[in-house]
Design a protein around this ligand. Structure first.
Ligand code: GLN
Ligand code: ZN
Length: 762
């Protein structure tokens, strides 16, 4: 019985990658320094896996920014607008500059669109491919990482993003004819993979992993011919390593399994955590004779210790169905924090139920040894694991009062509405606002750090936060925004801030997970029944409101997002957990209202992200997601304006749900996806306020008045002016004032120009 993992976190135990990239971007470090950090981080991962006893170690799971971007660059799918970056230079620095320009934008070149990696909170950059794209093998990253490991005496299995997933995640480049699909490049791209596989084989690679998570989606399942073609071409190559087609984030169904079974591919990886039915699918296609089956039984996406007996029985039911069973993780460990040993503050009762990446590696190894059998030392460890799995949620993690209140509330509370509420509002047409956060300056972060370290007391901390709120309110008044925000200076993170104040939630000290590029988040752990012991935001918001005559928006994080960006208990349906969070928010909203706050925003940035990959599971999800939002927001007076905000992604398949949330105004990411959403919403009959983001806050540049005006005009083609709100596409916390202030001034100027025109037109 052997063992492997699909991938391991790449940011480094102390987020070394983040610092190295940011130093490079800021000109504090050169390309050599950055590359040296990269090499050190890769080495650290390989040695960790080797020392833990993992038999098959992956390589090329490292990335400076994103593995989809790496793949686009590897195959030369670089849109022409980046040709001018470091033009004429061919050195390593120029190569890196072009790479990072695609991720972050350059002077005249907006970056690639960024969106969620399947239903995770990792973001990838969307490749742009057109009929004119000529893929060719243009880089050597997989090869050089393989050779680096080999030089250290570590044999690895290079991991490549598979051709189907790469093409199906790409979008047609601007100018591609209507109906053209990136999948049309399959044959040309397969030739590039062939060349790369040949080179890897010559360098000594025994196995290569092709990641094809797209096979778990409806879109992937709908393309059996593309899969057949890919495995036929790659399987038939004369010179290649053995191939492991790795799938994850759901079951791939028996049709794809059958294609893989009948191909010359040597290995198949299945996610048995999100697709336990794969075990019977494998049986249904009569097994995978002659092949290696990587059985993903250790959850790569959550932080709970494995249910060892369940994992062992899944593994034993596979025995005999393939030539070789390899114990693995359900997907890359990219999605969990690195090491539980770094946590010293967790309740021991909780801690003994957790496993981070490093501990999951141990679980994989333990399961491998257990299945191999005959190892007495393993028995004791197995016994410990069994006890830990037996009682996931001890009585200490439960709260009967919360359960009783929810039962008494009954399902689906409905919002009271009254005609004429709009008339009460003194807002101009095309009201301007922001999504909530303002730049988190060194002082703001410093104040939080000082409080945590005990260098200042609570009173001094409050004083500093209030001073910051004063500054942010004054700035917004000066800029001329209509609905103000307090700026969220007290929030380290929009989920963690609430998690810290809710019972049933724990936060970590170093549980960082990569979100995109150098941005890492520390998802809290929702382990028990959720309860709000005291108001969470009322003090800050009412203070901000006391400093201005303009309305200040209260700012909360919605139930779905609270779950999506946390690690959540898996001992009860997500729907039940969401209702508990919603109840806490409902109480907070009631308190805000009582304190005189008239606009309350409940961010559901992650509504789209938790959408099941498979269509047949979506309706049930949307029903509870919408229900939780309404439970949180339906208690307000008719005149209170409920705002919501969502970021990223294509919303085509949830427009109905956006409507059903019953919010008065919804702001959404739209700048990077060119206002397409507004058309979708209009087509779906959405009839409430909409604030399509008019510029992309993720790019470090200042949008001009004309650019914003053009975005607004595009939106106005689908929404009438009385329902159009003007705002950036997300919170501003990751930006600096040098960009934010001119950008918001341009935003207000653009809105005013259009207002003036509307007024003139009568
Ligand atoms: N209110 C949050 C902010 O402005 C929303 C962030 C988000 O959508 N990711 O930071
Ligand atoms: Zn957002």
């Amino acid at each position: 019985m052997t063992t492997t993992v699909h991938g391991y976190p790449r940011i480094g135990p102390d987020r070394e990658l983040k610092r190295a990239c940011e130093d490079y971007w800021a000109g504090r470090a050169d390309a050599d320094r950055l590359d040296a950090v990269g090499a050190r981080l890769r080495r650290g991962v390989w040695e960790t896996l080797r020392d833990a006893g993992v038999a098959h170690i992956p390589s090329n799971t490292f990335s400076y920014y994103d593995h989809v971007l790496d793949t686009a660059v590897l195959f030369d799918a670089v849109p022409p607008r980046f040709a001018g970056v470091a033009a004429g230079r061919r050195d390593r620095d120029a190569e890196l500059r072009r790479y990072f320009a695609m991720a972050r934008g350059a002077a005249d070149a907006p970056p690639l669109e960024m969106t969620k990696w399947f239903d995770t909170n990792y973001h990838y950059l969307v490749p742009e491919l057109g009929p004119g794209t000529r893929p060719r093998l243009a880089g050597g990253k997989p090869l050089s990482e393989y050779t680096q490991a080999r030089g250290l005496g570590i044999e690895t299995r290079p991991v490549l993003l598979g051709p189907l997933t790469f093409l199906m995640l790409a979008k047609p480049a601007a100018g591609a004819p209507e109906g053209w699909r990136p999948l049309e490049l399959l044959d040309e791209l397969l030739a590039c993979y062939a060349e790369l596989l040949g080179a890897l084989a010559r360098a000594g690679a025994q196995w290569v992993q092709l990641d094809e998570p797209i096979l778990a989606t409806d879109a992937g399942r709908a393309e059996p011919e593309a899969l057949r073609r890919a495995v036929e071409v790659l399987g038939g190559l004369a010179e290649r390593p053995r191939l492991l087609v790795s799938t994850y984030f759901g079951p791939i169904g028996h049709q794809a399994l059958e294609i893989l079974r009948n191909s010359r591919i040597e290995g198949v990886g299945l996610d048995l955590v999100s697709g336990p039915e794969s075990v019977s699918d494998v049986a249904r296609v009569l097994g995978l004779p002659g092949k290696t089956l990587v059985a993903g039984v250790v959850d790569g996406r959550n932080v709970w210790r494995s249910d060892v007996p369940a994992a062992l029985s899944a593994l034993s039911s596979l025995l005999g169905l393939a030539d070789e069973i390899v114990v693995g993780t359900s997907c890359s460990l990219l999605h969990v924090p690195i090491d539980l040993d770094a946590e010293t503050g967790l309740d021991p009762l909780l801690r003994e139920r957790l496993a981070f990446a490093r501990q999951k590696v141990d679980e994989v190894v333990l399961l491998g040894r257990a299945l191999a059998g005959g190892d007495a030392a393993v028995e004791a460890e197995l016994e410990r694991a069994r006890t830990a799995a037996a009682e996931r949620t001890p009585a200490a993690f439960r709260d009967q009062r919360v359960r009783a209140r929810l039962d008494a509330l009954g399902p689906d509370p409905v919002r009271r509405r009254a005609g004429g509420a709009e008339a009460e509002s003194a807002l101009p047409p095309l009201p301007t606002t922001t999504i909530g956060s303002f730049p988190q300056t060194g002082e703001v972060r410093g104040a939080r750090a000082d409080l945590r370290a005990g260098r200042i007391d609570r009173a001094e901390y409050e004083r500093r936060m209030r001073a910051e709120i004063d500054r942010v309110i004054a700035l917004q008044e000066d800029i001329g925004l209509d609905v103000l925000v307090h700026g969220e200076p007290e929030r380290n993170d929009m989920v963690q801030y609430f998690a810290e104040q809710l019972d049933g939630y724990a936060t970590t000290q170093a549980g960082w997970v990569q979100s995109y590029g150098s941005r890492c988040v520390r998802p809290p752990i929702l382990y028990g029944d959720v309860h709000r012991p005291a108001p969470m935001t009322v003090g800050w918001i009412t203070y901000a409101q006391s400093r201005t005559a303009k309305p200040v928006k209260g700012m909360l994080t919605g139930p779905v997002t609270m779950l999506a960006w946390s690690f959540v208990r898996d001992d009860q349906p997500l729907a039940d957990t969401a209702r508990q969070v919603a109840l806490a928010l409902r109480d907070e909203i009631a308190d805000l209202e009582r304190a005189g706050i008239r606009h309350i925003q409940v961010d559901e940035a992650a509504l789209r992200e938790l959408l099941p990959l498979r269509a047949d599971r979506r309706a049930a999800y949307l029903a509870w997601a919408v229900g939780a939002f309404r439970l949180a927001t339906s208690g307000v007076a008719p005149s209170t304006r409920i705002h919501s905000h969502m970021c990223y992604s294509e919303f085509g398949d949830i427009v109905g749900a956006i409507e059903a949330l019953d919010a008065d105004v919804t702001s959404v990411e739209a700048a990077r996806s060119r206002m397409e959403l507004v058309d979708d919403l209009a087509a779906a009959g959405y009839a409430r306020g909409i604030g399509p983001g008019v510029y992309d806050i993720h790019a470090p540049r200042v949008p001009s008045v004309e650019e914003i005006e053009a975005a607004l005009r595009a939106a106005l083609r689908a929404v009438p002016p009385e329902r159009l709100w003007v705002n950036p596409d997300c919170g501003l916390k990751t930006r600096g004032y040098a960009e934010v202030e001119p950008a918001l001034r341009n935003l207000v100027a653009a809105a005013r120009r259009i207002r003036a025109e509307l007024a003139a037109a009568g």
